[in-house]
Design a protein around this ligand. Sequence first.
Ligand code: A2H
Length: 255
Amino acid sequence: EGLGPQEYTGLKMQVLNFPDAARESLASIDLSSNKVYMIAATLRPETMYGQTNCYVGPSLTYGVYEGLVPGELYICTRRAASNMAYQGLLRERGVVRELGTIKGQELIGARINAPLSVYEEVYVLPMESVLPNKGTGVVTSVPSDSPDDYATLGELRKKAEFYHLNPDWMKFDPIPIIRTPSFGDMCAEFLCKKLKIQSPKDVKQLAEAKELAYKECFYQGTMITGDYNGEKVEVAKPKVRADLIKQDLAFVYNE
Ligand code: A2H
């Protein structure tokens, strides 16, 4: 847990196709006449160009809630929905009306839109380390710049059969989006290799990689793609965030 309040960007990842298991669990909800979004909480909106998938905790329970805009439904943890309600991000301020619930496991394989990503349509995959008490319980994956995302994607690719995952869901490779002087153009891959991170279970090395990646990328990094190509990450970050919000692809979420 960090100190003080954390200001996240809540990214609206529209669900384009639900797996059968999800349809069954959500049978009482009119999915076809509503736009349904998985809300991913990120601290790095400038990395959204490099999204390759999205993660949920397979054993976590998610709820479906009405967003501010009529006809928009949000999927996130109940805890996050409650915070959102008090921040005026749901239909009725202060009220959490839950239309249904679904297990993370049942969302795996959902095809979703990843705003700004070069891969417009990506898939939902499982990540055991998603914490129920942080953010929305939905983590968008940027394996080029997040060591956690990189390690989990590698693990899932290696053991697709064991996890009952369709290899097609993991076909999108990490892409370079930020250049750094010390760790190259894909700092997560560089650091995972350098620190010999074999799997998401290498939590100690991952914590170190995360720290190193964050400092180097944020303070020394330069964008090498997107609308702010050539600009410092520090400068591009608030601009990308503001653009996402202006286009109604994201909102500010605090906790
Ligand atoms: B970040 P903090 Cl490119 N459980 O977004 C585990 N991790 C979670 C989470 C949860 N419930 N909710 C959000 N997160 C992740 C991008 C990113 C992130 C990059 C690099 C580093 C990074 C793409 N994934 O985070 O503890 C989300 O991943 C490094 C910490 O509140 C979110 O930002 O500081 C970040 O952790 C929030 O973690």
